[in-house]
Design a protein around this ligand. Structure first.
Ligand code: COA
Length: 417
């Protein structure tokens, strides 16, 4: 509103803290996952580095992991998981308001992987961005998506955790290459008036531990050079013991904090879906929390640590196996590079819809083909625009001529004192 007296803009009074519209809840209405078809077992790894199935299984619980093929990338896995989640929810991609991709292994530094996914899925009306919080990224993304819905800004948000860590692994480092795998998992969040869905979450960070788990090069601080490549600085480096200590501490603290914040006692939580890094970390947290291990979902034996994808993949499997049922309270809890951590308390109220009819399947196939066509047409039009208006600035004026070899060298302006 424009204030007549002094021309300043008056902002509406912000709502008091915690006074969000109480009749909007972010419910999970769809979920999906995707992993590459290639499986690498511990024995396969033992042929590459000095390790053994016995060592990996006893120290981590991991038996095998899925590894991206030449045609897979974070965006392709994310697109497949996102599509599966939208299909399950029977939601048209054009009804999605926002695509969030949590990843620490994006296709490019920019554009955001979320934009590639938005285009591939045909979410024509959606905004899109990535969240960088490593293995905690899915909890961060869920929290953002939920707040977008609870504030009334958006109705449908697609949150995806997706990683292709195999491309950032030093395959000669036995201490790290045995731990990770590739994959993606997705949730569709949608506004509902009935209470439920994501009730609350807790996020945390401690940047002082950033170098415990890091890909040192490739950013502006250490751009790619002969030396960074020679010294393997574009691959993941980890202080395993420091991360282990941090993980066991924050997992228990974070579970306690989120249940207290939500006002849901631990004995009313049916299931805990922890980040799938190491079976020993999960067992230690279960002991400290005084909970039976049965209440924890563990599938890292088949996937390894898929970072931001690990929680949504584990949720998909828990629903499929009937371990997560409507009206269950479930805690999702993660930790990772940053260092970061996060937990969310979710009231799982989603019943999988009936199998889609043949007509619905056909309609969807049509919409995916349309998304592909739309993307190709837009790329084509951008080329035509370039040919037609290439020499014009966006305002319609002529651009200055390109500087040739004989031009005067460019003199930088004197800095203003
Ligand atoms: N195969 C065989 N031996 C291995 C090995 C492997 N893959 N990796 C390490 N070793 C060796 C070490 O060289 C060391 O040998 P040494 O005693 O002769 O020096 C020995 O095993 C013990 O190594 P250590 O690092 O002490 O093992 P650990 O019991 O701490 O387990 C991790 C290592 C990585 C499994 C454990 O620290 C861990 O899980 N940390 C957390 C990592 C994590 O979750 N990261 C992701 C967070 S999102």
């Amino acid at each position: 509103m424009l204030n007549g007296k002094n021309g300043s803009h008056e902002l509406p009074t912000p709502p008091a803290a915690g006074a969000l519209p109480t009749n909007r809840y972010a419910h999970v209405v769809g979920w999906g996952m995707s992993v590459p078809s290639r499986v690498m077992t511990n024995d396969d790894l033992a042929r590459i580095v000095d390790t053994s199935d016995e060592w990996i299984t006893s120290r981590t619980g991991i038996r095998e992991r899925h590894i991206a093929g030449p045609k897979d990338s974070t965006s392709t896995l994310a697109t497949q998981a996102g599509r599966a989640a939208l299909e399950l929810a029977d939601i048209d991609p054009n009804d999605v308001d926002l695509v969030i991709v949590a990843t620490c292994t994006p296709d490019h530094l920019f554009p955001a992987t979320a934009c590639l996914v938005q285009d591939a899925l045909g979410c024509g009306r959606a905004g899109a961005f990535d969240v960088s919080a490593a293995c905690s990224g899915f909890i961060y993304g869920l929290t953002l998506g939920t707040q977008m819905i609870r504030t009334g800004a958006m109705r449908t948000v697609l949150v995806i955790g997706a990683e292709t860590l195999s491309r950032f692994i030093n395959w000669k480092d036995r201490a790290t290459c045995v731990l990770f795998g590739d994959g993606a998992g997705a949730f569709v969040l949608q506004a509902r008036e009935t209470p439920g869905g994501l009730l609350t979450s807790v996020l945390g960070a401690d940047g002082s531990g950033g170098d415990s788990l890091i890909v040192p090069a490739g950013g502006c601080k250490l751009p790619a050079s002969f030396e960074t490549i020679r010294d393997n600085q574009h691959t993941l480096q980890m202080d395993g013991k420091a991360v282990y200590r941090f993980a066991t501490r924050v997992m228990t603290e974070s579970v306690r904090e989120v249940t207290a914040k939500a006002g849901v006692p631990l004995d009313q939580v049916q299931l805990i879906v922890p980040h799938q890094a190491n079976r020993r970390i999960i067992e230690s947290s279960a002991r400290t929390l005084g909970l039976s291990e049965e209440r924890f979902v563990v599938n890292l034996d088949r996937f390894g640590n898929t970072s931001a994808a690990s929680i949504p993949i584990a949720v998909c499997e828990a629903v499929r196996d009937g371990r997560l049922r409507p009206d269950d309270n479930v805690v999702l809890v993660a930790f990772g590079a940053g260092l970061t951590w996060g937990s969310a308390l979710l009231q799982w109220d989603a019943t999988p819809p009936a199998e889609p009819t043949g007509l619905a399947r056909f309609r969807r196939q049509l919409s995916y083909s349309f998304a592909g066509l739309r993307s190709t047409a837009r790329r084509g039009w951008r080329r035509v625009e370039g040919l037609l208006f290439g020499s014009q600035s966006p305002e319609g004026g002529q651009q200055p001529p390109k500087r040739g070899k004989t031009d005067e060298p460019h003199k930088p302006k004197e800095p203003v004192a």
